[in-house]
Design a protein around this ligand. Structure first.
Ligand SMILES: Cc1cc2nc3c(=O)[nH]c(=O)nc-3n(C[C@H](O)[C@H](O)[C@H](O)COP(=O)(O)OP(=O)(O)OC[C@H]3O[C@@H](n4cnc5c(N)ncnc54)[C@H](O)[C@@H]3O)c2cc1C
Length: 377
């Protein structure tokens, strides 16, 4: 199928199958709310656009992945991405054993396993290698103790992938390993944290003498940092997806059409400027996906995309609030004539942390300054 035929095929199928009640929700849907849709996608074989077909993915080219994601945006799909599909799956494809791939990949696709990411700890965010959660050998198991924080949707996930310290004596990056843990293991406690919007999308996760089989380790003992870096690379390309800024820009466009905002030359100029910047980032994004597709690694330049797209997202959110006039209040919802509604402040709330998670803007600038511009440390 050529790209255009593929786009029309996806569009037709989504128009026929994407549930009406899930289109353009006022805030993004969580795993529980989206599970029915996940199962429909799985029946169609469309859960994992970037995975190879032999592992149940769609095996799409980078450009087709963008088409697929654009068509999902078109019907108003607004769902927290699956960490199993976007992060753990690619990691297992690269570093897992055949047994681990056979055990975990099908359950990610079916939705039986919902994964969360246990990296950050109090005192180990930007400086992730300072993490202290310990895993000590006891027979065939590890005994895990410590705390994770800001774990997105830990309250709904039934599996967690963890970075743990397996060697306290080694240099900090060298003593870290990567573990897979069911959330119902005795000794795990989840405490939800409310975000600025009053919604609970992340949590603290406490581990008290949690027993984890040694076979649940991905890669070799003390090789966790290599995998964490590979996975963070994958996370940055995901978080650098221009979709992040493009989706709210489309909502803004709908709102602007409805309220005649394009008659205002100042609004029109600001909108057009953002539109062009986002299209530029789409071109960069496609180029980077092509590099990955060829099996090559992306270098520190990937930080440009994460940095630019998240800051664009915030500028789009700012313009949305400016343009919303009396609807910019914390509880205001705009009814649109296409039958959907829009809560501008939700976009604003969602945009604020995007320059923190997945490596803050300051950290990305440090990387670019040192690795690309060769400035002194
Ligand atoms: C919405 C959201 C969801 C998240 N989801 C997850 C998740 O699912 N799993 C998970 O493991 N983590 C998650 N995180 C955590 C996230 O990865 C961390 O918040 C992030 O790495 C920053 O770490 P920190 O919060 O400890 O801040 P810190 O590292 O303490 O940074 C505080 C400030 O100092 C700046 N700073 C730090 N170091 C430097 C430096 N060397 N140079 C210049 N400035 C610096 C930072 O830019 C920031 O402004 C999430 C965070 C958010 C906000």
């Amino acid at each position: 199928m050529d790209d255009q035929a593929f786009r029309l095929h996806v569009r037709e199928w989504l128009e026929a199958n994407f549930p009406e009640e899930m289109r353009f929700p006022p805030r993004r849907l969580n795993f529980d709310q989206a599970m029915g849709w996940h199962k429909t996608l799985n029946e169609q074989g469309w859960v994992a656009p970037g995975w190879p077909t032999e592992h149940g993915g769609m095996g799409l080219s980078p450009y087709q992945q963008i088409i697929f994601s654009e068509e999902l945006d078109r019907v108003g799909a607004f769902i927290i991405p699956s960490f199993g599909v976007t992060m753990l799956g690619p990691l297992l494809l690269g570093y897992g054993t055949d047994e681990q791939r056979a055990e975990y990949l099908p359950k990610i696709l079916s939705g039986e396993h919902i994964w969360c990411q246990g990296y950050s700890e109090p005192g180990a965010g930007s400086d992730l290698a300072s993490l202290r959660m310990s895993a000590e050998v006891d027979g065939d198991d590890y005994i895990v103790n410590g705390q994770k924080i800001w774990t997105t949707m830990a309250q709904q996930a039934n599996m967690i992938f963890l970075l743990v310290r397996t060697d306290k004596e080694a240099k900090k990056q060298k003593g870290i390993s990567f573990l897979l843990v069911p959330m119902d293991t005795p000794g795990i406690t989840v405490r939800e944290i409310d975000n600025i919007g009053g919604y609970s999308e992340f949590a603290e996760v406490f581990f008290d003498e949690v027993r984890v089989p040694r076979s649940n380790m991905v890669g070799a003992v003390n090789q966790g940092w290599t995998m964490a870096k590979a996975l963070l690379g994958a996370e940055r390309i995901l978080l650098g997806s221009p979709k992040l800024a493009k989706f709210p820009l489309q909502r803004l466009q709908a709102m602007a059409n409805e309220f005649g905002l394009f008659d205002d030359p100042v609004f029109k100029a600001r909108f057009t400027q953002l539109h062009m910047e986002i299209e530029d980032s789409v071109a960069v994004y496609i180029r980077m996906l092509e590099v990955l597709r060829r099996g090559e690694q992306l270098g520190p330049e990937i930080s440009i995309l994460k940095l630019a797209v998240t800051e664009m997202f915030q500028r789009v959110a700012d313009l949305i609030l400016d343009a919303s006039t009396e609807y910019a209040g914390t509880e205001s919802v705009i009814p649109l004539s296409d039958g959907t509604s829009y809560k501008p402040v939700n976009t604003y709330y969602l945009s604020r942390p995007s320059t923190i998670y997945g490596g803050s803007s300051q950290v990305q600038r440090n990387i670019l300054a040192k690795a690309i511009l060769k400035l002194p440390g």
